[in-house]
Design a protein around this ligand. Structure first.
Ligand code: PMP
Length: 341
């Protein structure tokens, strides 16, 4: 099987993995240092990460029993597949979407049913219904805003899928803070639907490797049985809990990135590239007259790294750029103008 490749190169401007362009506030470091001074390093950490779980629950107005956290939202997705997928079961994905959904499913022995998005990358309800009816997936993955297209899924469509899917519905909201609505509204005590989130993007915490889901308490209890004991170390529990004290700063970061995204999108619209509208902190685009692969190389030669999707199925010739600082985005745009010329 193929591994998951997301090449990192030593370049001046890295706009390839959708991280936030800057670190958490300086006060974060001070508070984290103080919190780490309290850790009993010779003891295993709090297995049920009570403080972090409670802080996440308060953020979303749910009970702590409805929160499951792990080492990045990728590990949350993996735990879901371990619990609800496996041999003889199928997970449904609608391509193009986040590559790890099908990858993690396969790694856990889960079959993968691939549905196709429409030509404009929107979800086509008839196609969704046909995949659900034809394969009866144990897990249906949705992603909103969708990576790598940037599209926010319409609320009515996600509600319909939630009502009609025969098994668990996972709505991956790694970029959820950028969207005008959230599937968190659909989480209740009953329905097998979870929403996954991450600290890696809007919280400026990719180095911490921390993600979580919100779902029904009975489902979280199943995940607690499957995940390894003490999977969340004390350092991470402290970092996540401290980070949640900077909620206003996170919202400001998102607002700033949305403004900057508008500026980059407007600049791209002036160039010979097709651009897809984005509801996240990245933009998918396709050079019209040059091969995407060559443009990617020409950008790297100018020390700018974007995500090369040019050889991915359904994304022929496409590149994806993360919104960075104003200076980084200007460097990217100047390099792109040269590469296209
Ligand atoms: N879901 C989506 C849609 C993503 O784009 C990413 C990061 N690329 C993740 C999940 C995983 O993020 P992490 O494991 O860092 O939380």
């Amino acid at each position: 099987m193929e591994g998951y490749h997301s090449p990192q190169l030593d370049v001046a401007v890295r706009l390839n993995t959708n991280e936030a362009p800057g670190p958490p506030p300086a006060a974060f470091n001070d508070r984290l240092a103080a919190a780490l001074g309290e850790v009993d390093w010779h003891r295993y950490p709090d297995r049920s990460y009570r403080a972090l779980r409670t802080a996440i629950a308060e953020l979303h107005g749910v009970a702590p029993e409805q929160v499951f956290a792990a080492n990045g939202s990728n590990e949350v997705l993996q735990t879901l597949c371990l619990a609800y997928g496996g041999p003889g079961r199928t997970a449904a994905v609608f391509e193009p979407t986040y590559a790890l959904h099908s990858h993690i499913a396969r790694v856990t022995g889960t079959g993968v049913a691939v549905g196709e998005r429409a030509a404009d990358f929107s979800l086509d309800l008839a196609e969704v219904r046909s995949v659900l009816a034809g394969t009866a997936p144990a897990i249906t993955f949705l992603c909103s805003p969708n990576n790598p297209t940037g599209m926010v899924e319409p609320e009515s469509l996600v509600r319909t899928v939630a009502d009609e899917a025969p098994g668990l519905v996972v709505v991956d909201e790694a970029y959820g803070q950028f969207a005008p609505w959230s599937a968190l509204e659909l989480v209740d005590g009953d329905r097998p639907l979870v929403v996954t989130r991450t600290f890696s993007k809007t919280w400026s915490m990719a180095a911490a490797r921390l993600g979580y889901l919100v779902g029904p308490a009975w489902l979280v209890a199943e995940l607690d049985k499957v995940v390894l004991p003490y999977h969340l170390d004390a350092f991470k529990q402290a970092a996540g809990t401290v980070a949640l004290g900077f909620l206003d700063e996170m919202h400001e970061r998102v607002a700033h990135l949305v403004e900057e995204r508008g500026r980059v999108a407007a600049a791209l619209a002036e160039l010979p590239v097709d651009v897809w509208p984005s509801g996240a902190n990245f933009i998918l685009f396709r050079p019209q007259d040059s091969a995407g692969d060559q443009v990617w190389k020409d950008l790297v030669a100018r020390s700018v790294l974007v995500r090369n999707c040019a050889s991915w199925p359904r994304l022929e010739g496409c590149l994806r750029v993360t919104i960075g600082t104003r200076a980084e985005d200007d460097t990217f745009l100047a390099a792109l103008r040269e590469a296209l010329a």
